[in-house]
Design a protein around this ligand. Structure first.
Ligand SMILES: [Zn+2]
Ligand SMILES: [Zn+2]
Length: 233
């Protein structure tokens, strides 16, 4: 046993069981998403591709999510501290099921020239938390996908959850203008030199955050924007 294990014993983030970050019984409670949906009409779609009838030129082209957002994943995603987070993702890497790796392979088949962009946090939120979970999740996905990770988006502010915003108009202004392209990457098309982007996020609920990020990226000249998220709320 290492000294670090004595000082900071590992415990299951789901149930408190000592020795691992995710015990077998909590692992079994993670439910993989079986059928992906179109982000716009919410109806089933193969590999989560946005239907021809639903697509618009500033829209997300496709959405792949891995697990249902259940209480265990919620604990993993929302509560872990940075020191733990890196180790937890390494553990996830060891337990991920072959069918999920196969599912991720869809993006590899789709294009050899993707780059991955983690959804950034606002400066305030980043300083508060000390790290961006989406960055760690990007590194996790990179082990399977091998695409480079880029960082050309900035987040100007956080948004309220869509449930907190009642009217349609307020919802529109809640997400509008949340992201911007970094100054040195103003011409995003040049920045990613004709590559397509996969936005990476921890949890997708309404999808309004990734829709707005896609809008900004496509306005800056990015061709295709897909989304890959660990969980679907
Ligand atoms: Zn457990
Ligand atoms: Zn659709």
């Amino acid at each position: 046993m290492f000294l670090i294990d004595l000082l900071f014993p590992k415990f299951c983030l789901g149930c408190g069981y000592i020795g691992v970050y995710l015990c077998r019984s909590c692992q079994n409670k993670l439910k993989p998403i079986e059928s992906d949906i179109c982000l716009y009409c919410k109806k089933p779609s193969l590999f989560g591709l946005t239907h021809h009838n639903c697509i618009n030129k500033l829209y997300v082209d496709g959405l792949v999510t891995i697990y249902y957002y259940n209480p265990i994943l919620k604990k993993v995603i929302k509560n872990i501290k940075y020191r733990l987070a890196t180790e937890v993702w390494q553990e996830f890497y060891r337990i991920i099921e072959p069918q999920i790796i196969k599912k991720l392979g869809f993006y590899k088949k789709l294009s050899p020239d993707f780059v991955m962009q983690p959804i950034p946090l606002s400066k305030i939120k980043y300083n508060e938390r000390g790290f961006n979970q989406a960055n760690l999740i990007s590194i996790f996905f990179q082990k399977f996908l091998h695409f480079p990770i880029i960082n050309l988006l900035v987040r100007k502010r956080e948004i309220l959850s869509q449930a907190q915003v009642k009217s349609k108009k307020a919802r529109y202004f809640n997400t509008r203008g949340v992201f911007a392209i970094k100054n040195k990457c103003r011409d995003a098309k040049f920045c990613v030199s004709n590559k397509n982007i996969i936005l990476i996020d921890d949890v997708i609920t309404s999808g309004s955050t990734v829709k707005e990020a896609a809008r900004i990226l496509k306005k800056a000249g990015v061709k295709k924007v897909y989304v890959l998220a660990l969980a679907k709320g």
